[in-house]
Design a protein around this ligand. Structure first.
Ligand SMILES: C[S@@+](CC[C@H](N)C(=O)[O-])C[C@H]1O[C@@H](n2cnc3c(N)ncnc32)[C@H](O)[C@@H]1O
Ligand code: SF4
Length: 373
């Protein structure tokens, strides 16, 4: 089995973005108690990993918002507890408004080798709709200073921002590529948590791209990244060869990940366990019993095969044909027939014993994935 990775959730942000669906609070209240709990949880779960960690991922929330000494302390404790493989990939997510030179240098000194910056857009009007605290110029500056300091820098962009056009999306992407990022993640903006944007869409639907336009935007990103030497390796992720997120690849290949902190989900190859999604309950449970698991799901047998096929199909490398055959064997006859039709309709291609989604297949990937659930 491949080496385990660790995820650490940091639920603090300078400001709560209206659209955000992550577990995160504005401000640093409770930070001491939280990191104390994370330390207790790591020590209590010392026996869970088989072999040293080869990835550590600080996600959020905004890991760059807390003091880099916090990150450094957790990296050190993870190393003492589980061991860190030589060359382990240590990623932290960051928000451009935290990333002055001193913070970037401190994060690098804390052991972070890969910085993933939440840019979303390099167009001021779009950032304003998202109520982001940074503007385009400061985000571009943060990314280019980060690219000069970190071995690997990734940036997140969003599709579906009010007022966004193909032209502004490409301008944002070109700005990031020009600033030197070697990895790009693109998310479709989900509005459910943002009543102001939902109301805006009702009043001015013309400001929002429809599904076809969003698909065109994704294709534009795909073409531009590919041309810039960042081929797509997952449906929403593009990277220079060698700069793929080794940590996120663990999720898509079913490798074990130990996850610490509020709302974190761990997987040991068979059992998926979720920590409490409430920061206070998380800390209380850890203080009382060392762990904060509130649910667990055993993934085995036919369901495990289907899950491996579904996650693997997200990757451009695809999956062995026999895995898809094994996965289809446990489907209802109607779903098996639909899956065959997806192949005939050009959503899947078979080559060298592997099967992968075509570009059109990626755009309609929910069709395929819903059959395998
Ligand atoms: C935890 S955040 C990254 C770091 C930092 N908190 C930030 O916002 O810049 C991870 C990414 O999720 C994406 N995201 C957050 N809320 C989203 C939403 N409602 N719809 C789509 N993507 C979202 C953003 O692209 C964001 O950069
Ligand atoms: S900064 Fe990131 S994690 Fe925090 S509220 Fe905004 S989108 Fe969510």
């Amino acid at each position: 089995m491949s080496a385990p990775g660790a995820y650490v959730h940091v639920p603090f942000c300078a400001h709560r973005c209206a659209y955000c669906s992550f577990v995160a609070q504005a401000g640093r209240e409770g930070e001491d108690a939280y990191f104390e709990a994370v330390g207790l949880e790591i020590r209590a779960r010392a026996r869970e990993a088989r072999g040293p960690l080869d990835t550590v991922y600080f996600g959020g929330g905004t890991p760059s918002f807390v003091g880099p000494a916090r990150i450094e302390g957790v990296v050190r404790l993870l190393g003492e507890t589980f061991g860190l493989a030589p060359g382990a990939e240590v990623t932290a997510e960051g928000n451009p408004d935290d990333l002055d030179d001193a913070r970037l240098e401190a994060l690098r000194a804390a052991g972070v080798g890969r910085l993933s910056v939440g840019v979303q857009s390099l167009v001021d009007g779009e950032l304003a709709w998202l109520e982001r605290r940074h503007d385009a110029a400061s985000a571009r500056s943060a990314v280019s200073r980060a690219a000069a300091l970190f071995p690997k820098v990734s940036a997140d962009l969003m599709i579906g921002i009010p007022g966004q056009t193909r032209g502004t999306l490409l301008a944002s992407l070109d700005g990031l590529l020009g600033a030197g990022v070697g990895h790009v993640s693109v998310y479709l903006l989900e509005l459910e948590k943002a009543p102001r944007l939902v109301a805006l869409r009702r009043e001015e639907p013309g400001l929002f791209a429809d599904d076809d336009e969003m698909a065109e935007m994704w294709e534009l990103v795909d073409g531009r990244c590919e041309a810039a030497g960042l081929p797509r390796y997952e449906v929403s992720n593009w990277a220079r060869p060698g700069e793929e997120s080794r940590h996120n690849l663990k999720y898509w290949t079913g490798a074990p990940t130990l996850a610490f902190g509020v709302a974190a989900h761990s997987f040991d190859g068979r059992v998926r366990r979720a920590n409490s999604g409430s920061t206070t309950e998380y800390a209380r449970r850890v203080r009382e019993g060392g762990t904060a698991f509130v649910s667990e799901e055993v993934v085995e047998g036919e369901a495990a095969v289907r899950e491996r096929a579904l996650l693997g199909l997200r990757l451009s490398a695809g999956i062995p044909e026999r895995l898809l055959e094994e996965a289809s064997a446990s489907l209802a006859p109607s779903a098996r027939a639909r899956l065959r039709e997806c192949g005939e309709a050009g959503l899947l291609e078979r080559r060298d014993g592997r099967v992968r989604l075509t570009r059109r297949g990626v755009l309609l990937s929910n069709e395929v994935f819903s059959l395998l659930v």
